[in-house]
Design a protein around this ligand. Structure first.
Ligand SMILES: [Zn+2]
Length: 327
């Protein structure tokens, strides 16, 4: 719960802690960064320390009434606003405003955490603006967002922004090793794939489906290079079956093509993302030319964009397969 349990984000954590010690806490913050980077975790640790009556170096004391209520998720001075469905409506913000008008019960402050602030409707954001313009002395509002640009300029200009940075692979490894046990090889790939985002790494490491999906995807990629068009429907079937995980499938394809490029270009084995599959990658690379690999990367990226833009899924996949099978 406190800051000592947070891996990485050292600069932000340091600044938040010292703002409490030096009594320079602001009324409104935006924690911005990719999904899974730890914004909500840091926000909760900040709230825990803010509400404690005798905070220590790294957070709440754990003993005062505020801390005990906070740990039990029942501290009335801490209020979370999350979307119900796809958006945060103006009524959600109005409820918050009714609450913030009432003085804190157990602390000197009240903390409001708006999760995924970009989900606030424009109306909701305009409503929030009133509180941001004249917050009560005890009020602290924290918005988290993975899409800063979706917030109104008028909202942003009244908040102190903290941009969360990606974790190092070593930091991601520390978290995975402390929270779950998986074999080293699989962990290596997950860490590379997660690209510095602890939430993604944890989700993948806890998923029973990701590693088998990766195996199948790498196999399909090889088949695309070696089998003729008579296998078209079978290969197509793989993509249709995994429609819900298509982002992951396409990501794995891109990472694997990238590894093949590295291998073909004479890169060192330790540069491979699929480091546990180096022998397979090296032998697969022989089946491609550099030119074809670079073209394939473009094809997969094009397919991903098309699907994101709501192109017909089956058509997008079929076109991709045909183009990947071309010489
Ligand atoms: Zn305390």
């Amino acid at each position: 719960m406190d800051f000592s349990s947070i891996t990485g984000q050292k600069e932000i954590v340091g600044r938040l802690k010292s703002s409490i010690k030096q009594n320079e806490v602001r009324h409104a913050y935006i924690f911005s960064g990719p999904k899974g980077i730890g914004k909500k975790t840091v926000a909760k640790a900040f709230a825990y320390m803010l509400l404690c009556s005798r905070p220590g170096e790294d957070g709440g004391c754990g003993k005062c009434l505020s801390c005990r209520l906070f740990t039990g998720n029942t501290n009335p001075d801490f209020y979370i606003i999350e979307s119900r469905g796809t958006s945060i409506a103006v009524d959600d913000i109005r409820n918050m405003q009714n609450d913030i008008a009432v003085k804190p019960l157990y602390s000197n402050r009240k903390v409001y955490l708006i999760v995924d602030g970009e989900k606030m409707t424009v109306q909701a954001q305009n409503c929030l603006l009133k509180t941001l313009e004249e917050p009560p002395a005890y009020g602290v509002i924290i918005l988290t967002t993975s899409n800063y640009n979706a917030l109104l300029d008028t909202v942003c200009s009244r908040c102190t922004k903290y941009a969360f940075v990606k974790n190092t692979n070593e930091e991601v490894r520390q978290v995975l090793e402390s929270k779950i046990c998986k074999s080293g090889d699989e962990l290596d790939f997950i860490i590379q794939y997660a690209d510095g985002i602890i939430g993604t790494a944890l989700d993948l490491a806890l998923s029973d489906e990701f590693i088998p999906l990766r195996e199948k995807t790498v196999d399909i990629l090889l088949r695309l290079a070696t089998e003729g068009q008579e296998k078209f429907f079978e290969i197509c079937g793989f993509y249709m079956e995994n429609k819900d995980s298509i982002d992951k499938v396409l990501d794995i394809m891109l990472l694997t093509y990238r590894d093949l490029v590295v291998s073909l270009a004479g890169g060192k084995e330790n540069m491979l993302i699929n480091s546990d599959k180096k022998n397979k990658i090296i032998s697969m690379a022989e089946k491609f030319t550099l030119e074809k690999l670079l073209k394939n990367i473009e094809i997969v990226e094009f397919t991903r964009r098309s699907i994101k833009q709501n192109a017909n899924f089956q058509l997008a996949i079929e076109t991709m397969i045909i183009r990947l099978q071309e010489d």
